[in-house]
Design a protein around this ligand. Structure first.
Ligand code: SF4
Length: 84
């Protein structure tokens, strides 16, 4: 359920912060970080993660493998019904 910003790659350009529809990105020190509790992978807002789309450095905004992929509530309910 989240993307993360690879700290060593972040140049603190701030391109990502205003693009996040969930206000999940904040500046902390000299880099930007993503709050995994707020990130929805842009699902429901855009076809692709906006932080990835605007970041000028490749492989800086990446999937956070410490969290399961985000699933909207409606999708979870549909899957539960098909398994019942
Ligand atoms: Fe924000 Fe989307 Fe990036 Fe998540 S993937 S931090 S919701 S811009």
């Amino acid at each position: 359920m989240a993307y993360l910003i690879v700290a060593k790659n972040c140049t603190s350009c701030a391109a990502c912060e205003p693009e996040c529809p969930n206000k999940a990105i904040t500046e902390q020190g000299k880099i930007f970080v993503i709050d995994p509790a707020k990130c929805t992978e842009c699902i429901g807002f855009y076809d692709e993660p906006q932080c990835v789309a605007v970041c000028p450095i490749d492989r800086t905004c990446i999937v956070n493998l410490d969290y399961p992929r985000y699933q909207p509530e409606a999708q979870l309910q549909a899957e539960a019904q098909t398994q019942a």
